[in-house]
Design a protein around this ligand. Sequence first.
Ligand code: 6PG
Length: 260
Amino acid sequence: MVKYFININYNKTEKIFMKPETSVFENSRLAAQAVASRILEQAIAKQKQSQILNLAVSGGSTPKQLFALLAEDNFRTQIPWEIVRFFWVDERCVEPAHPESNFGMTYDALLQFAFVPAQNIFRMKGEDIPANEAVRYANLLHRELPARNGFPVFDIILLGIGDDGHTASIFPNNMELLNSEKFVDVATHPISGQKRITLTGKTINNADQVIFLVTGINKSGIVREIITETMDAKKYPAAHAGNYLGIAEFVMDAAAAGKI
Ligand code: 6PG
């Protein structure tokens, strides 16, 4: 896949410098604010066209700050939530009330405030049999989303990067999920053995926009390897993620971008 990166011009918030492939912000709040601004802009644009915004979000800890920002008055009162639909990039195979649930984290930080209509929330059911849920969710995506090249199309997919270079729940020892013909598949965490439901690489790479939100100094090493496309970069699943044009947008704080 030919990969290139585009500049992200968030002129609403301070940014300390722009690398050819990324936008870097002084701190994690400003980085999250830039992504929140993108969601706001896209949602309003869709609303003007009487369309909906299909958004797939990742879990982990990084998005918490973004979700908290979206719940703050400034964004909460401006976003036309009735046209924003929430899907998940991946989910741990646990109950939604479990502390490791990605849906649970999103609910606590954002969805509990009830301004997102219940019918706009399409959670992965981590509590169900993984193989069955992967099929159910794939069928749901087939039903609910437009298609391109035989795969569902999200307007925006928000991704994170693990220290090992995974993204979604596609881990370095599971690279075949990048090219699976399935929309959704079952993954296994390489250390804990925990089962995960995850969008596959082809579903992710079929999106209109793929935005990595990456913050914190512990990500600076993997970010350097991927952004500077070192020889090792190709072994990281995150290095293979981009939109249908091969574009991956990186929004980071200075700590995560400290080595590029
Ligand atoms: C998950 C996520 C995963 C996450 C990375 C980064 O289920 O854990 O979808 O892909 O984005 O592991 O996680 P942090 O944001 O916690 O560093």
